[in-house]
Ligand binder design. Sequence first.
Ligand SMILES: Nc1ncnc2c1ncn2[C@@H]1O[C@H](COP(=O)(O)OP(=O)(O)OP(=O)(O)O)[C@@H](O)[C@H]1O
Ligand SMILES: [Mg+2]
Length: 270
Amino acid sequence: MPRNNLTAAPVPAAICLEQVDKWYGEFGQQVHALDVTDLEVLQGEFVVLLGPSGCGKTTLLRMIGGLIAPSHGRLRVMERDLWKGKTRQSDAVADLGVVFQDANLFPWLTVGQNITLPLELRGAPKDDCLARVRELASLVGIAGFEQRWPRELSGGMRQRAAIARALSYDPDILLMDEPFGALDAMTRDAMNIELQTLWIKTAKTIVLVTHSISEAVFLADRVILLSPRPGRIDTVVNIPFARPRLLDTQTTTEFQSIVRDLRHRLDEIS
Ligand SMILES: Nc1ncnc2c1ncn2[C@@H]1O[C@H](COP(=O)(O)OP(=O)(O)OP(=O)(O)O)[C@@H](O)[C@H]1O
Ligand SMILES: [Mg+2]
């Protein structure tokens, strides 16, 4: 649960969806991809989305990220409407940083230039960009690699650079679509630990999509399991483990029992 739940004041919502759905395609050949009646992600919360392939996880993340419009319903980010009809409200998008499965770094820019690209596009002075690159490279653990080309980095380091880029303009919310899906198991464990540290340090709201149930349970305050298409909220599980969680948490009976229950439910609905 959100870390400031000891205070009396309720934690405000970072993301709020009401009666949101998404249809793709032309009339007569439409695909009903997503149907979310009610979803709130609180500020500072770490929410992980799980669900069968094709159930609409990426669709949901892209809608929250302002990349595609919902067909119906209301979607608010930091209490501002993200869409008015089909028109995206740019002031609401500014609060979001997005990381995809492939780091998507531009090969013709150095790692540092990739990280500060969003800042430069926003007209930030060069000196501010340089200072920010140093700060972010160190935060995500790639200090010293700012002048290298993306091809000179390992897969894990490229993902770190992509996370740094998403954080460059200090968004309140980080959206991550299978950010570690292409990494080997050991690098993925290390990235999970570091993502948790980064989340604790920065107090961002994070919504992350994964296919790994144990990654979901390890990282999340709350795991949300979506049903097959159209993706509807099937199960919500609050994860009780204290922070910071260690990899050893995964060997506890309680952890394994939550993973097992989620796996059974996923098998049932798939
Ligand atoms: N641009 C598009 N045009 C038409 N249909 C689409 C489009 N994007 C997604 N879909 C369909 O919407 C459904 C949900 O897709 P989405 O990519 O959101 O699923 P997902 O849960 O992210 O799947 P995966 O786990 O495989 O990444 C799928 O049936 C997909 O075929
Ligand atoms: Mg997807």
